[in-house]
Design a protein around this ligand. Structure first.
Ligand SMILES: OC[C@H]1O[C@H](O)[C@H](O)[C@@H]1O
Length: 329
């Protein structure tokens, strides 16, 4: 089948509300700094009322990655569930406006479109409280085989392990991708997600996944060790390519017997880390899809991550294609 997309991504379709916050506010609200907590609709509304004035922006981890890919000039498709409401329309518009294919049927007469309340502390760290709403209704029937089979890389968002129907959808997508000879990638998403679904994730990595994205917290949680190198080696033994990010220390790419250490791009001031991992994955997969060596894939990822953390919001504000060209990438 013709490759129509560089990446087809499956994830939660979320609109973000991003506002500045103090560390005291996080403590008062009982939040784990830097993590993603799941909340119900009432708690989400209460939090919104307590937060400072913020900005709304389409988010969702894998959707952000598709947006980054598009900014590099790549061809992306997104599969995820919104409701037939105003936020769902905003999210849908934003995906289509960047040229991504997004055609999942919206949920009718059910829960509202997912919202993530994101509090950003003065150090730029983001803490997310997510009401998953309609996105939990994403199920196997929402997997369009034609889209999966036409993508070079099928990219799965680990956050979806929190919804049982979505896990079945993952299995279906992975089966289709495998049969079509496509690469399967996953992001581990969050340390607590890994803690909740460690065994299922390990099984999925071993049997289905070629490429995994994770950060230092997530690999530590996956292998229950604080020894970074040991965790990277454990991951290396499970997949063809492991790309592990560690904030300002850059990333490590482990592929078979090869290891590449990639520096982070310098950033004047970290404003908001929301979407850093998403944009790293965007740059990395754009590099893979365009046949770059693994260290260059990592550099493209670092560049995209540096751009997104230098401003509020989870998606790039400048053309990543132009930015990469200006850096000789
Ligand atoms: O990775 C950042 C994203 O995770 C959450 O899903 C938010 O929507 C945010 O945009």
């Amino acid at each position: 089948m013709t490759e129509l997309y560089d990446v087809a991504a499956i994830g939660n379709a979320i609109v973000d509300v991003i506002a500045p916050a103090t560390d005291d506010f996080l403590t008062q609200q009982g939040m784990d700094k830097g993590a993603m907590m799941l909340v119900d609709e009432q708690r989400s509304a209460a939090l919104y009322a307590a937060m400072q004035a913020g900005v709304e922006a389409s988010g969702g981890s894998a959707a952000n990655t598709v947006a980054g890919l598009a900014s590099f000039g790549g061809r992306g498709a997104f599969l995820g569930k919104v409701a037939d409401d105003q936020l769902g329309k905003v999210f849908t518009h934003d995906m289509r406006a960047i040229g991504a294919h997004f055609d999942t049927a919206p949920l009718l007469n059910g829960k509202a479109t997912a919202v993530s309340m994101i509090n950003v502390t003065p150090d730029g760290e983001r803490t997310m409280s997510t009401f998953l709403g309609a996105s939990t209704e994403f199920a196997s029937d929402d997997i369009d085989p034609a889209v999966i089979e036409a993508a070079k890389i099928v990219y799965l968002e680990g956050y979806l392990f929190d919804a049982e129907a979505a896990r079945h959808a993952f299995a279906k997508a992975a089966g289709l991708a495998r049969a079509a000879g496509r690469m399967i990638a996953i992001t581990l998403s969050d340390g607590f997600v890994v803690e909740r679904h460690r065994e299922a994730l390990l099984g999925f990595l071993e049997t289905q996944v070629d490429l995994v994205f994770a950060n230092a917290t997530e690999v530590a949680s996956l292998f229950q060790t604080d020894d970074f190198d040991a965790a990277v080696d454990a991951l290396r033994s499970k997949v063809k390519i492991a790309a592990v990010t560690r904030s300002a220390q850059g990333s490590v790419i482990a592929a078979g017997g090869e290891t590449f250490e990639v520096s982070a791009f310098p950033v004047e001031k970290v404003m908001d880390t929301t979407g850093a991992g998403d944009q790293y994955a965007a740059g990395f997969m754009y590099g893979l899809a365009t046949g770059r060596p693994l260290n260059v894939c990592g550099q493209l990822g670092s560049l995209a991550a540096a751009e997104v953390i230098s401003h509020y919001g989870p998606r790039p504000l400048v053309s990543l294609k132009d930015l990469a060209a200006s850096k000789g990438l």
